[in-house]
Design a protein around this ligand. Structure first.
Ligand code: MG
Length: 324
């Protein structure tokens, strides 16, 4: 079956049909990096889930099961980081290819444990199946919010500075998408220094994910400054090989797993001084347009971003990236 809907339209349809009952513990449902449930006053549980498929998010034959396991847990931990939360536990469900279930299962387990140990995450359950299809891994991570509370996508306001935690672009071509570095500690350190108004982890590409912040924040616009965007050397290298330029890759490529956040300009000054890797890359505007300043010119953002239902074998498709 071909899905005519894009990923984001599909999520939006499901979200519109969601009914929140009176007395619900859900303080954040579908549509952010994590869901959030109020347990006791001051205690918020975060929950997030992500499914990774051989041929879509990794290539088992090329990358191996250990890398797939590491990434599968890492992308979920990154979603906890995007809420400034602390990951605590994970559940891992797998559909293993039957002809090599044991070897693949062991490799996955090794990769998952490396990531889990880095963040002190306990593996508390899951499900193991084997079938004649390709490897599929679904990971659910639970976390807790910081003392300061969760950071959603919806708090950006006109006048906010926009920041990113590291260089962007070219992660599919270089294989860096497999070596996820969730920014858990950094997000919490930033939040202790200055209130974060909105935050998201960059999985769909900077313009796509900053676009999610704008949509969830009631439709302000943004101006990005081309010269301030940190371009990863992977993007430079990929650009030299042809196709899209390095800036375009930094703006549109997916799976960097850096954080994009907004806060007051005063807060941004403080955090940029404290954390050298952080870059202020633009600002939020009341004007709903999405612009990028290149030299003296203002241009609309290039179309881009990574829609997982639409991305096929073309740009953004991992199968192409990894084979290139
Ligand atoms: Mg996310």
């Amino acid at each position: 079956m071909t899905l005519q809907l894009g990923e984001f339209e599909l999520i939006e349809r499901i979200r519109r049909g969601q009914v929140v009952a009176a007395g619900s513990r859900t303080i954040l449902g579908i549509g952010d990096d994590c869901a959030a449930l109020a347990l006791r006053p001051g205690e918020i549980l975060l929950a997030t889930t992500d499914m990774l498929m051989d041929g879509r998010h990794f290539l088992l034959d090329l990358h191996g099961a250990e890398a797939a396991g590491y990434k599968a847990l890492g992308v979920n931990v990154s979603d906890i980081a995007a809420m400034a939360g602390l990951p605590i536990a994970a559940l891992v469900a797998v559909a293993l290819p039957r002809d090599r279930a044991e070897a693949v299962g062991e490799g996955l387990n090794r990769g998952v444990r490396v990531m889990a140990d880095r963040f002190g995450i306990e593996l508390i359950g899951g499900d193991t199946n084997a079938w004649d299809g390709p490897l599929v891994i679904s990971v659910t991570v639970l976390g807790v919010a910081s003392r300061q509370g969760i950071v959603t996508r919806s708090g950006a306001r006109a006048g906010d500075a926009i920041l990113v935690t590291g260089p962007l672009g070219g992660s599919l071509e270089s294989g860096r998408h497999l070596r996820v570095e969730p920014r858990v500690e950094l997000a919490r350190q930033i939040q202790e220094l200055a209130p974060i108004h909105a935050m998201i982890d960059i999985s769909d590409g900077l313009v796509g994910d900053l676009g999610h912040i704008l949509e969830e924040s009631g439709g302000p616009g943004a101006v990005l400054e081309a010269e301030a965007i940190p371009i990863h050397e992977d993007a430079q290298r990929a650009a030299l090989a042809g196709g899209r330029g390095a800036l375009e890759r930094a703006l549109g490529d997916g799976e960097d797993f850096e954080l994009c956040l907004t806060m007051s300009e005063a807060g941004a000054e403080r955090v940029v001084a404290a954390f050298p890797g952080l870059r202020r890359i633009g600002w939020i505007t009341a004007d709903p347009r999405r612009l990028i300043r290149i030299g003296g010119r203002f241009e609309p953002w290039p179309a881009g971003g990574f829609d997982h239902l639409r991305a096929g074998c073309g740009r953004g498709g991992i199968a192409t990236g990894a084979q290139a």
